[in-house]
Design a protein around this ligand. Structure first.
Ligand code: MG
Length: 256
């Protein structure tokens, strides 16, 4: 492949749950050895960037925090550009930590600039969703940290933020601004950090829509791995196909 750099998804590509994918560490080492640039682009919205980084270290990956791009980073850039900082967060875990130094996270309902929707897991309740709906009706912008449909947990498929973003859009008759993959601005943020153009880079992911179609629309090559949420039927019916399909990131060396 005639490329200079890689954008690599995390969940389903480097690990599933607390298990690193066999050969994933060696694949990253190979990229380093061959002097490719690489960054990690994850739609993970349950953990702040620091926690994502610590988990990778725990799984044995030698990956600096600064090379990891997550949707909250893009959301904060979006808010800073507009100079507005009052947000209602629909998230779980410690993802709020990414926002705390930048945003007022507990504004009055009538004073909300942004309703920020991540994968809130068990934290998502009717009350929270309805408070978000009222804020949106009151003028707040819906900021979708991601709009994925689902993800693969160790015990099966889980709803992502997408279905809840869609509920707010439907109820309020508004459209969200999507921060994570497949948004072009998100890919661009990571590409800029490598100083590469889209045609000089390839995306490696397990999601045919957010990773593969998103990257192809941005002008990148895209490699689909048969791990994580990979599904043969979804690949067959996909309108936008990957450039390559490999069994797992362990086989990346075959197509370099
Ligand atoms: Mg993934």
């Amino acid at each position: 492949m005639d490329v200079k750099g890689f954008l690599i998804d995390l969940d389903g590509v480097l690990y599933i749950g607390d298990q690193a994918i066999d050969g994933a560490r060696a694949a990253i080492d190979l990229l380093k050895e061959k002097k490719y640039k690489f960054r990690f682009v994850s739609n993970t919205t349950r953990k702040c960037r620091k926690t994502v980084s610590e988990r990778l270290v725990r799984l044995g990956f030698d990956i600096p925090e600064s090379s990891i791009f997550t949707p909250p980073l893009a959301a904060i850039a979006h808010m800073n550009a507009a100079g507005k900082h009052r947000c209602l967060l629909l998230t779980t875990g410690d993802v709020y930590r990414d926002f705390e130094q930048w945003c007022d996270r507990n504004p009055e309902n009538s004073m909300v600039d942004y309703v920020v929707v991540g994968d809130a897991g068990e934290k998502m309740t009717y009350g929270l969703l309805n408070a978000a709906f009222r804020a949106v009706i009151g003028g707040a912008e819906i900021v979708a940290l991601e709009k994925d449909r689902y993800w693969m947990a160790p015990d099966g498929f889980m709803l992502s933020a997408g279905p809840f973003v869609a509920a707010l859009e439907f109820a309020a008759g508004k459209t969200s601004t999507v921060m994570g993959k497949p948004s072009k601005a998100f890919f661009d943020m990571a590409l800029r950090d490598m100083d590469l153009r889209p045609d000089q880079a390839v995306m490696v992911g397990d999601d045919i829509i957010t990773d593969i179609a998103g990257a192809r629309k941005t002008g990148m090559k895209a490699v689909l791995v048969r791990t994580g949420k990979f599904c043969e039927e979804t690949l067959r019916s996909a309108v936008i196909k990957p450039t390559y399909v490999i069994d797992s990131i362990a086989r990346l060396g075959d197509i370099l």
